[in-house]
Design a protein around this ligand. Structure first.
Ligand code: ACO
Length: 261
């Protein structure tokens, strides 16, 4: 295990655990007694994990302890009592929300592949955390729900874009405005899960996926992710040009050097 870039006490305050083992970082939501409810510290610390991630890391797994991946925002943050240790006095302006969003946005970086391992409930900010990852492996008891509109707010933790990209505008609107639950079979059908497995097999299924991804050389994986991510926004001609740009450096020196890795 590498030395952790973050103070374990800071992680604990945020309800998180971080394990870095060579090329794989595992972020665990670690407040199962509260169903891994998320606080402002959780989002700020997730951003710090992204900023300080060792360069060796190529795959980031985001998982949750206990029966639920995450019950979303800690609802006590909306109460006058708040959450002990959490500063709820500041303005709720766009800069404040950007600071929370930073906790999720880095999971799309091209130098890593992020995988959400989701069991049980993934609600609101928990659903959006799963959506922030490149891939989702889910247990057959998964329950996704975007509850924000029921609380009078919009989903603002970067989840609306991936949700629409995956399920399309009408279905995303219906899921958000009904705040209903999406169960495993539908999640797989809609593309919200790459893989559905029995709950007891979630960890091993994720480990198999991680091992497969790590077989691809790092530079190739990063180039492929850049390429695939931009494809929906490009014309065919633009995408063909992007393929050429990414491929040439990977082909290496024609005089015999092996392709870049
Ligand atoms: N915030 C704070 N505490 C929570 C939260 C939450 N979001 N979710 C669960 N907890 C606490 C419960 O209050 C309970 O505490 P207690 O033991 O002190 O009574 C403990 O976690 C266990 O919760 P249960 O409800 O008993 O667990 P169960 O497994 O039966 O249900 C479920 C889990 C479905 C997730 C339920 O707790 C729930 O509906 N939570 C609220 C979900 C929600 O609306 N989140 C906000 C989404 S919007 C957003 O994220 C922006």
């Amino acid at each position: 295990m590498a030395d952790l870039p973050l103070d374990p006490a800071e992680l604990q305050r945020a309800g998180l655990r971080l394990d870095v083992d060579g090329a794989v970082a595992t972020i665990s939501l670690a407040r199962p007694e509260r169903r891994n409810a998320l606080t402002f510290s959780t989002w700020h610390t997730l951003a710090r994990i992204g900023e300080t991630l060792p360069e060796t890391v190529r795959v980031v797994v985001v998982r949750g302890d206990g029966p639920s991946f995450s019950a979303g925002i800690d609802l006590r943050l909306f109460s006058p009592e708040g959450v002990p240790g959490e500063d709820t006095s500041g303005p709720r302006d766009e800069e404040f929300i950007a600071g929370l969003q930073a906790g999720y946005l880095w999971l799309r970086r091209p130098d890593i592949v992020s995988i959400a391992a989701v069991q049980g409930h993934a609600i609101g900010g928990g659903f959006q955390l799963a959506l922030s990852c490149d891939l989702r492996v889910v247990a057959d008891d998964v329950k996704f729900a975007m509850k924000e509109p029921a609380l009078g707010i919009v989903p603002d933790l970067t989840g609306t874009k991936p949700l629409v990209d995956i399920v399309g505008v009408p279905r995303a609107l219906e899921i958000c405005l009904t705040t209903r639950t999406v169960f495993a079979e539908e999640a797989a059908r809609l593309g919200l899960a790459e893989l559905v497995v029995p709950a007891a097999e979630l960890d091993s299924a994720v480990a198999d996926l991680v091992a497969a991804i790590l077989q691809v050389p790092p530079a190739t994986a990063a180039a492929t992710k850049r390429l695939i991510r931009q494809a929906p926004h490009n014309t065919l001609e633009e995408q063909a040009a992007a393929e050429r740009r990414e491929q040439v450096p990977l082909l290496g020196d024609p005089a015999g050097a092996s392709p870049a890795s």
